[in-house]
Write a protein that binds this ligand. Structure first.
Ligand code: NAI
Length: 427
C-alpha cells in the first residue's frame, strides 16, 4: 500500500482551492456538449457501477469533467497526474470532494512522489485504466501483475503512450487490451492538430509577452501536432521552418509552403523553436552552439527529452529565471537561450498554461468515455494488445458534436451505398 496522500491532505487553504477548482470545472463544462450528452446517458444507465477506474492524466478542468462523468456513471475513480508540472491543484482538490473520486494529483511533485501517487491510484485495484503516456499501464505490468486478471482493459490518450504500448505489444509484454484513443479521427485530427497548435503558441506568447510576426518559428516534427503548430504560426505572420526525419512528411511540409531544412541549419536562423516529435535529443549541443541571442526553446512533445537540457546546462556559464516559466541559459559569449517550462510540454506545464481549448478536449474525452463504456460492456471481445477504437464509437462522438453545433449533413442514398460497395460498376 502506498502512503502517498490525496490532495485534500496536502493543501493548506483547502476550501478556497476547492471553490476555485469547481469554478474552472463549471466553465469548462458549459463548453463540453459531448460529455454533457453522455452524462445524461451515464447517470441514467449507471454503466460503470461496480467498476474501479485508475487514471493518470493531466489534471485540469477539462479532464476533471471526464473524471466526474465516469464517477457519476457509477465508477469509483482514483486519479493522479501524468506530468509533474501539469496539475492544477485547485481542480485536483475539487475532484477529491466527490464521494466516488480520490485525487492524488499535485503540481510540482518530484520523481519519487510522482510514482508514489501512481501506486496510490493502483491501490484501488483498477478494473479499467485510463492513461496519458502509459505510465499507469507500465507500473501495473512491472509491479502489480497480479491485478491484470481483473482488468477489463485500458484507454490511452496520446501518441507517445500509443507508441510505447505498441512497442510493449510487439514484445508480447502487454497483458490486457488497450484502446489507442489517440489514433481516432475525432481525437488526433482536432486535439493534436488544432489543440496543440493553438495552445502551445498561445502559451509561449503569454509566457514571454512576445510576438510571432516576422519571426522564424522552427517546428521540429511535422506530424499531427507539427502540422497544427506550423499552420497556426503561419497564420500569426511567422516564417515557419520545419525539420523532419520522414521524407513524406518533409515533402508535405515543403509543398505546404514551409521552409524545410535540417536542425543544424535551422538552429542558425530560428527565433522560436518548438519540438513536437515524441522523440529524444532533437535539439542538442551542436545546435545550441549556433543559436542566436534571445531564442525561445519550447517543447510540446510528451516527455521532456526533446531539448537536451543537460547539455545546455553544461554549456551555460550562468542560468537564471528570466520570467515566470522562462529560464535563461547564458553562454560564455553572452548569448541567452531561453527555455520555457523546463522543456516539459509547454501548453500544460508553463505556469500560466491552460492546456488545449475546451472544445477539442470535449471530443478527446468523449472518445475516452465511450471507450470505457465499450470495455465495460464488451471487454471480453478484445484480446490483450493495442486495439483501434471501433469506428462506430468515433462516429457516435462526431454525431453528438454535430447535433450540439446544429450542423446538419447529408446521408448516402441506397443507390449510393450500393454503388460504393460494388466493383461491377465501370465506365
Ligand atoms: P506524430 O507521430 O504524428 O508526429 C511526430 C513527427 O515527428 C513524425 O512526423 C516524425 O517523423 C517526426 N520526427 C521524429 N523524430 C524527429 C526528429 N529527430 N527530428 C524531426 N522530426 C522528427 O506524433 P504527434 O501526434 O504529432 O505527437 C507528437 C508528440 O506530441 C507526442 O509525444 C505526443 O504524445 C505529443 N502530444 C502532445 C500534446 C500536447 O498537448 N502538448 C497533444 C498531443 C500529442
Amino acid at each position: 500500500m502506498s502512503q502517498y496522500p490525496p490532495i485534500s491532505e496536502q493543501l493548506d487553504d483547502l476550501e478556497t482551492a476547492r471553490d476555485e477548482g469547481r469554478r474552472k470545472m463549471d466553465w469548462a463544462r458549459q463548453h463540453m456538449p459531448i460529455l454533457n450528452a453522455l452524462r445524461e446517458e451515464f447517470e441514467r444507465d449507471q454503466p460503470f457501477a461496480g467498476q474501479r477506474i485508475g487514471m493518470a492524466m493531466h489534471v485540469e478542468a477539462k479532464t476533471a469533467n471526464l473524471v466526474e462523468l465516469l464517477a457519476d456513471g457509477g465508477a469509483e475513480v482514483a486519479i493522479t497526474g501524468c506530468n509533474p508540472l501539469s496539475t492544477h491543484d485547485d481542480v485536483s482538490a475539487a475532484l477529491d470532494t466527490h464521494e466516488n473520486i480520490t485525487s492524488y494529483a499535485k503540481r510540482g511533485v518530484d520523481d519519487d512522489e510522482y510514482y508514489e501517487a501512481i501506486e496510490s491510484v493502483i491501490d484501488i485495484e483498477p478494473t479499467v485504466t485510463v492513461d496519458d503516456g502509459m505510465d499507469m499501464v507500465a507500473a501495473i505490468h512491472e509491479d502489480y501483475p497480479e491485478l491484470i486478471d481483473s482488468i477489463v482493459g485500458g484507454a490511452e490518450e496520446t501518441t507517445t503512450g500509443v507508441h510505447r504500448l505498441r512497442a510493449m505489444d510487439d514484445d508480447g509484454a502487454l497483458d490486457y487490451p488497450v484502446f489507442a484513443v489517440n489514433d481516432t479521427p475525432m481525437k488526433r485530427l482536432f486535439d493534436n492538430v488544432h489543440g496543440t497548435g493553438e495552445s502551445s503558441l498561445a502559451t509561449i506568447a503569454m509566457t514571454t509577452n512576445l510576438s510571432y510576426a516576422g519571426k522564424n518559428v522552427v517546428v521540429a516534427g511535422y506530424g499531427d501536432c507539427g502540422r497544427g503548430v506550423a499552420k497556426k504560426a503561419s497564420g500569426q505572420n511567422a516564417d515557419v521552418i520545419v525539420t523532419e526525419v520522414e521524407p513524406r512528411r518533409a515533402l508535405e511540409a515543403h509543398m505546404e509552403g514551409y521552409d524545410v531544412m535540417p536542425m543544424s541549419e535551422a538552429a542558425e536562423v530560428g527565433d522560436v523553436f518548438l519540438t513536437v516529435t515524441g522523440n529524444r535529443d532533437v535539439i542538442t549541443a551542436e545546435h545550441f552552439e549556433k543559436m542566436k541571442d534571445g531564442v525561445l526553446l519550447a517543447n510540446a512533445g510528451h516527455f521532456d527529452i526533446e531539448v537536451d537540457l543537460d547539455a545546455l546546462s553544461d554549456m551555460a556559464a550562468d542560468r537564471y529565471e528570466a520570467r515566470d516559466g522562462v529560464e535563461a541559459y547564458e553562454m560564455d559569449d553572452g548569448r541567452r537561450l531561453n527555455v520555457l517550462a523546463e522543456g516539459r510540454l509547454v501548453n500544460l506545464a508553463s505556469p500560466i498554461a491552460l492546456g488545449h481549448p475546451v472544445e477539442v478536449m470535449d471530443q478527446s474525452f468523449g472518445v475516452q468515455a465511450v471507450c470505457v463504456r465499450e470495455l465495460v460492456e464488451n471487454g471480453d471481445a478484445y484480446d490483450a494488445g493495442v486495439h483501434e477504437v471501433p469506428d462506430e464509437l468515433d462516429r457516435e462522438v462526431a454525431e453528438i458534436k454535430l447535433a450540439a453545433e446544429g450542423v446538419d449533413y447529408d446521408s448516402l442514398t441506397d443507390a449510393q451505398t450500393e454503388y460504393m460497395g460494388s466493383w461491377q460498376h465501370g465506365t
